[in-house]
Design a protein around this ligand. Structure first.
Ligand code: HEM
Length: 527
């Protein structure tokens, strides 16, 4: 494989002899514990002692060899594992990856534990283009990522399938997004108005509000309304307990999924009954709506004229189980992504009164209280602001694919890092929109600054990928952009200032989507 000369420079570093012995002993203990667990799971507690002993003996013999001869590699892997865990704990993972890429060049190849697996990390637009578009057929969602989402989204989800099954899911979902433009403005408007009423009502008693928490409630309400025809109505204040439980279980599940995705095959060693309980609840919650809509006579208080995603979905003729997989997937795709962008955007606005004033001037200039879909699309400055928020904090900050056949990346190899890189089937590739969007050689020396004006003459293709690209590009891109534009419009119509009320440094937490670790604490002044 052709490598950039600096690639893997710090991959194997010498360790003291004592560290090797400790590492070796610890590895053996882990192997024995893992093997015990596997035997227990496979034989479900049956009387298995002779079998267990044979299994341990074979496994120990198998693992002992590579560990002894390769202990430097495994010790370095363990050390890097600890560094990664620390970076995750301190929420500096993205920054760490950025520094690594700046040091190694824009593409580097490294081994991942166990040794026979290798991984490529890149923030190179040319390479990302090959993976997502020009050589799309050579890449798929990694098996481990699919496994981590499976308990919540099911096996028919657009996020847990590849190849023909994925094409089928996409073909079912796509038509449901065609006529979103008109009716969805009315849907999101209902919920943003509830948000504004909620803030106004609570503003005297609680002047400091966490916008992130409120955006999360609002997106739960608006997506359930759009999808199911009935809102969870968390912002309405008197939602049934089930709605709150659904929202809470959803949050918890996303956190668990993020951990499962990180731990990879290790997650298979431990069952997670809590996650199973959350999934069962969420599935039952959504299924009730499916049954209701199948039997229209059972529906109460439903405006039959409005567009409901589930109605469209049912036209596919799929079973309830498949429909539930799709609904939970759209929930996953649409809720936390928009919450993430809006929370970060309003955090920026809370320290940039100049930007608030410019958007408010643009709203005034429009001269209309109720913007149309076209109005929103044509508001130049408002759209720059959204693009800039998506550049600096794309909710899907890091993403992965796996090579399903031997293939080639256009750049990253050779002495100057410009030669192609051969990629063996099974190689994992991590690409980092968050890092790519902050490359100074692409976006300029002020790449880390929030400067909407840069979009005046910035033309981007694969350097800017908040919604991904190629055949798996986000289906909800236009839907999300319109909704976020309307939410920002309405909030800045209703409130004239936004002030930051938190002295702690803003920290982005890396989960399935980025979120703000301490929320978005602000105070708002009504207009
Ligand atoms: C700011 C908001 C959003 C962002 C930044 C975003 C970003 C993304 C990204 C990066 C992907 C690619 C994931 C991958 O292939 O690994 C994706 C896929 C997808 N998104 Fe979005 N998304 C947003 C909102 C939405 C909304 C509101 C919906 C629907 C209501 C939606 C539906 C989907 C679907 C169905 C896919 C799967 C596409 C496929 O695999 O073929 N997204 N999105």
């Amino acid at each position: 494989m052709l490598l950039h000369p600096k690639a893997g420079r710090n991959a194997v570093e010498s360790l003291s002899r004592a560290a090797h012995i400790w590492y070796y002993a610890a590895s053996l203990v882990i192997v024995v514990l893992v093997a015990r667990h596997v035997v227990h799971v496979v034989f479900q507690g049956q009387h298995t002692r002779p079998l267990e002993i044979t299994f341990f003996a074979v496994l120990a013999a198998y693992v002992h060899g590579p560990l002894r001869t390769d202990h430097e590699y495994y010790a370095a892997a363990a050390r890097r594992g600890l560094q990664t865990a620390r970076a995750l704990k301190d929420n500096v993972m993205l920054q760490t990856r950025r520094e690594t890429l700046e040091y190694t060049g824009n593409t580097f190849v490294h081994g991942i534990f166990p040794r026979w697996m290798s991984c490529i990390t890149t923030d190179e637009p040319e390479n990302v283009k090959a993976v997502l578009s020009s050589r799309f057929e050579d890449w798929a969602l990694p098996e481990m990522r699919i496994k981590s989402f499976l308990p919540v989204l099911g096996k028919h989800s657009i996020f847990t399938t590849n190849g023909a099954e994925w094409q089928h899911s996409r073909a079912i979902l796509r038509p449901a997004f065609v006529r979103d433009q008109i009716s969805d403005l009315a849907c999101i408007d209902r919920h943003v108005n509830k948000l504004i009423a909620h803030i106004r009502a609570s503003i005297t008693a609680t002047p400091v509000i966490d916008l992130q928490a409120l955006f999360s409630m609002m997106t739960t309400d608006s997506i359930s309304d759009f999808m199911l025809g009935q809102s969870t109505d968390l912002l309405g204040g008197d939602a049934p307990q089930d709605s709150y439980t659904f929202g809470r279980y959803f949050d918890e599940s996303m956190q668990k999924i993020a951990w499962r995705a990180r731990l990879g095959w290790l997650t298979m060693l431990r069952a997670d009954p809590e996650l199973d309980e959350y999934s069962a609840f969420m599935r039952a919650f959504v299924k009730r709506f499916v049954s209701d809509v199948r039997d229209k006579s059972g529906m109460k208080n439903v405006d039959t004229r409005k567009y409901v995603f589930l109605d469209e979905l049912l036209k596919s003729g799929e079973s309830d189980e498949v429909i539930c997989d799709h609904l939970l997937s759209i929930f996953t795709a649409g809720r936390d992504t928009q919450t993430s962008v809006l929370s970060y955007l309003f955090f920026e606005l809370s320290r940039r009164p100049d930007i608030v004033a410019t958007i408010r001037a643009e709203i005034k200039e429009l001269g209309r209280e109720d913007p149309t879909w076209e109005d929103l699309r044509n508001m130049k400055y408002l759209n720059w602001v959204l693009k800039e928020a998506l550049r600096l904090n794309p909710p899907v900050a890091s993403n992965q694919r796996e090579a399903v056949r031997d293939t080639v990346l256009p750049v990253g190899g050779g002495a100057d890092g410009k030669a192609p890189v051969f990629v063996k089937k099974g190689t994992n590739l991590r690409y980092l929109p968050w890092v790519m969007h902050r490359r100074k050689d692409i976006f300029g020396d002020d790449a880390d600054e929030f400067r909407p004006e840069r979009w005046e003459d910035l033309r981007v293709t694969f350097e800017y990928l908040p919604f991904n690209a190629g055949p798996r590009i986000c289906i909800g891109q236009q839907f999300a952009l319109t909704q976020m534009a309307l939410i920002t419009f309405r909030l800045l119509q209703a409130f004239k200032t936004i002030e930051r009320r938190d002295d702690r440094p803003p920290i982005q937490k890396l989960g399935v989507n980025l979120s703000m670790l301490y929320g978005c604490l602000v105070s708002l002044t009504p207009a």
